[in-house]
Design a protein around this ligand. Structure first.
Ligand SMILES: NC(=O)c1ccc[n+]([C@@H]2O[C@H](COP(=O)([O-])OP(=O)(O)OC[C@H]3O[C@@H](n4cnc5c(N)ncnc54)[C@H](O)[C@@H]3O)[C@@H](O)[C@H]2O)c1
Length: 328
């Protein structure tokens, strides 16, 4: 049995990756400090013999007694609301955390895959974004803490690959959605669904002409798995290239949820990208991967998940507060 360490295991993507590797017959070691994640996302795995969980902050030294074949580094606040609340931890987990995991991978002879992001392209001047586009990032803007942490993460990973010959993989993840997202994480899909469930008007920032493209989580996980198993060390975009304007998307949510609320418009937040769309030619040719789940189907499954949450879970999901840990 092969062993895989997954950091950020109690988060949205990390928990789905744990499921995937369990399904594929791995022993999965999950690690998380629960700053934005929730143990509920992996409680169904806790009783399994081939699953183990460590409550640990990966920005501190990481020790795992087992042999490791693979490491997937997914620990990081991931939504603007999160990383604006905890900017220092965000910078630390992308830099110190990645350094710790690179060291662990080197010591164990493991292959390391890091979760990068479309945010490395900043507010892009090139559409759709190909992997060779260097990006347009405001280093000192509020979102810089996330974007630059991820850009540093890519640099140090390539340095370990080139200098130490470490086997590394870099996935640039574009907007992904599905069950286990948090209602209050500020990302557009849970924000709209949360407002619809609470009977509030849906907030559109700007005039809603900015576009996004959304990838269903099962497609994302399959792309990540294929990349890990490939022999390709440079970054690869994984996302859904199908673009939709936020305004049209808000209308789709109104239809899906049957809410009779209206749309309200607020000013665009600073450095909010106007357009995001992955060029996935590399993923298609190198990994034979492309997304399969239609938005209508993925959104139905996601809405079912949010509707199935108990009142207590909805409340918890809305009010997760980590501001007390903000200063560290
Ligand atoms: N979801 C997306 O659309 C998306 C897009 C681009 C990139 N990503 C990347 O994928 C990864 C996972 O994102 P997500 O959407 O699942 O977010 P998430 O917030 O649901 O999960 C992140 C997990 O990391 C944990 N974590 C944070 N800092 C930690 C630390 N120092 N030590 C240990 N655990 C820590 C959190 O508690 C949480 O469980 C992140 O690296 C994110 O940057 C996600």
């Amino acid at each position: 049995m092969k062993n895989v360490l997954i950091t950020g295991a109690a988060g949205f993507l990390g928990s789905h990756l744990c499921d995937k590797f369990i399904e594929e017959g791995f022993k999965v070691i999950g690690m998380d400090n629960l700053i934005t994640g929730d143990l509920k996302n992996i409680e169904h795995l806790m009783k399994l013999e081939n699953f183990e969980f460590y409550h640990h902050d990966v920005s501190k030294f990481v020790h795992v007694p087992d042999d490791l074949d693979y490491i997937l580094h997914f620990a990081s606040p991931a939504s603007p609301i999160d990383y604006l609340k905890i900017p220092i931890q965000t910078l630390k987990v992308g830099s110190l955390g990645t350094h710790n995991l690179l060291g662990l991978a080197k010591a164990k002879g493991a292959r390391l895959l890091i979760a990068s992001t479309s945010e490395v392209y900043g507010d892009p001047l090139v559409h759709p974004q190909t992997e060779d586009y260097y990006g347009n990032v405001n280093t000192i803007g509020p979102r810089g803490v996330y974007d630059e942490a991820k850009r540093f993460q890519e640099s140090i990973t390539m340095a370990y690959h080139r200098f130490h010959g470490l086997e590394t993989r870099i996935v640039r993840i574009f907007n992904t959605y599905g069950p286990r997202m948090r209602l209050n994480d500020g990302r557009v899909i849970p924000a709209f669904i949360g407002q619809a469930l609470r009977g509030e008007d849906l907030t559109v920032f700007g005039d809603g002409s900015q576009t996004r493209s959304f990838c269903y989580v099962d497609d994302q996980v399959e792309g990540i798995y294929r990349l890990l198993m490939s022999d390709y060390a440079e970054p690869i975009n994984i996302g859904n290239p199908y673009e939709i304007s936020i305004l049209d998307f808000a209308k789709e949510i109104i239809k899906l949820t049957g809410t009779d609320q209206k749309l309200i418009f607020k000013p665009l937040p600073k450095d909010d990208p106007m357009q995001r769309q992955p060029d996935i030619s590399k993923a298609k040719s190198i990994l034979s991967w492309e997304p399969k789940v239609e938005r209508e189907e993925g959104m139905k499954l996601t809405y079912q998940y949010f509707k199935s949450l108990s009142k207590e879970e909805l409340r918890r999901s809305e009010h997760k507060d980590f501001t007390d840990r903000n200063k560290r």
